[in-house]
Ligand binder design. Sequence first.
Ligand code: NDP
Length: 308
Amino acid sequence: MRILFSAPDTDWADYRELLPRALAEAGIEAELSREADPGTVDYIVYAPNDALRDFTPFIRARAVLSLWAGVERIVGNATLTQPLTRMVDAGLERGMVEYVTGHVLRHHLGMDAHILNPERAWHPSPPPLAADRPVTVLGLGALGRACAETLAGLGFPVTGWSRTPKEIQGLRCLSGEDGLTQALRDAQIVVTLLPLTPETENLLNATRLALPARGAALINPGRGPLIDDAALLAALDEGRIGHATLDVFRTEPLPADHPYWRHPQVTVTPHVASATRPGTAARVIVENIRRSEAGEPLLHLVDRARGY
Ligand code: NDP
């Protein structure tokens, strides 16, 4: 079996030994390489890169296995007819839970007032309890659900929003357009963990950014285009949104002259909210190859029509 590893150099450095080891542990004999005659390739392990844009010659390939959770850069590729899977990785999930929880607690506890306190002012205003701080998580997939459940476990009243209706113990789950309005209305902290699709692009526009409680915090580790940037900057300037912690942007790296860098109520983190952890992710890739070879359904299959 031949596996093409089509991903940037940094990924190759992470996986070149791990992936063959995981394949061997699963009893799969395979040759993993960065270049191969397309007609001989059985599987493509993929992360966005410029070298591979045309999947047409990969006539033998039984699946394209994404190392990334977000597949918006490949899902619309018309030459990609092979099944596409996305990454659901325990390490990626834990990292996201830690990022989101940390930034939620920063805003909940009002930490900035004490840390950024050049006048050494005495701020005797204890924060409310988590029970009095409604949090909304947009997206209840692998990552959103894990974050929502952790926040609920800390005592926050958590509302989650997804495309399809859900029932998850400890969460108020909403869906659909009306559900979105309800989910955002009066939220004090909003976390966006949606994939980027035609339906979610610019989801947080001026109208929807007006729904959370005045001064609410927005935390976006999902994708940059989920937010209408001009609308967010206006909402921040007017104090309707009190702070935005943004990890992902329309253009990455965020251009040096972007207003987000200078805005006092914006925290920019450089797409570090979480990352696929090679140790666990290699096993996810291998499990899907095993399933494919055994004729079992692939895990985390992307629905092209939905875009995620
Ligand atoms: P999933 O596909 O598991 O979950 C997506 C969630 O979004 C689902 O609950 C889905 O609803 C919901 N959703 C999708 N479209 C809509 C819509 N139109 N309306 C309402 N809800 C919708 O994705 P993950 O949780 O694994 O990842 C989420 C995103 O996080 C990724 O796509 C990626 O963009 C981002 N990410 C960011 C990272 C970072 O470091 N900043 C790292 C990894 C991922 P339903 O459940 O009904 O299908």
